[in-house]
Ligand binder design. Structure first.
Ligand code: 4NP
Length: 144
C-alpha cells in the first residue's frame, strides 16, 4: 500500500489527527506511504484543524496546525490505494459516492467501532479518548 486518505465529516477534528498520527508513525517506521485527509462536507474548507485537535496532537508531539480542510472528491478514490472512513456515516456517504477501496478506521482493532465525533463535545474532554483510539487504529492499520 502506497497511499491512504482518511475521511471524516468536516476534516477539522478527527481525520487531521489520523493524518498527523499516520505521518509520524510512517516517518518513525521508515515506511514509504503518503497520507492525506479530507471531509465529506464542505463547511470548513480551507480552515485549520479545531483547536482541541491541534492541542491533543501537540500533547503527543504531532503537529497538525498547518493542515487545511478540503472536501473529498471522486478522483480521490483512484488516487489513493485505501480510503479510511472515521465513522459509519462517513463510510455510508463515501459508498454512495462510489468509493470501493473503503474501510472503517475502527476495523483495525476496535471491532469496526466509530471514532466519536468530537465537534459537539463540551470543551477538551473527550479529545484524549479520540486521539488514543485513532492512534491505536492507525498503528494497527500500518502494521498489517
Ligand atoms: P470532524 O468533526 O468530522 O471530525 O472534522 C466535525 C466538524 C464539523 C462538523 C461536524 C463534525 N460540522 O457540522 O460542521
Amino acid at each position: 500500500m502506497k497511499s491512504i486518505l482518511f475521511v471524516c465529516l468536516g476534516n477539522i477534528c478527527r481525520s487531521p489527527i489520523a493524518e498527523g498520527v499516520a505521518r509520524k508513525l510512517i516517518e518513525e517506521g521508515g515506511h514509504s506511504i503518503s497520507v492525506d485527509s479530507a471531509g465529506t462536507g464542505n463547511w470548513h474548507v480551507g480552515e485549520a484543524p479545531c483547536k482541541h485537535s491541534v492541542t491533543v496532537a501537540q500533547n503527543h508531539d504531532v503537529d497538525i496546525s498547518h493542515l487545511r480542510a478540503r472536501q473529498v472528491k471522486k478522483t480521490d478514490f483512484s488516487a489513493f490505494d485505501l480510503i479510511v472512513a472515521l465513522d459509519q456515516s462517513n463510510y455510508h456517504d463515501l459508498k454512495a459516492l462510489g468509493c470501493q477501496n473503503l474501510v472503517k478506521l475502527g476495523d483495525y482493532g476496535h471491532s469496526g467501532a466509530d471514532v466519536p465525533d468530537p465537534y459537539f463535545f463540551d470543551g477538551f474532554e473527550g479529545f484524549d479518548h479520540v486521539y488514543t483510539m485513532i492512534e491505536s487504529c492507525v498503528k494497527e492499520l500500518l502494521n498489517r
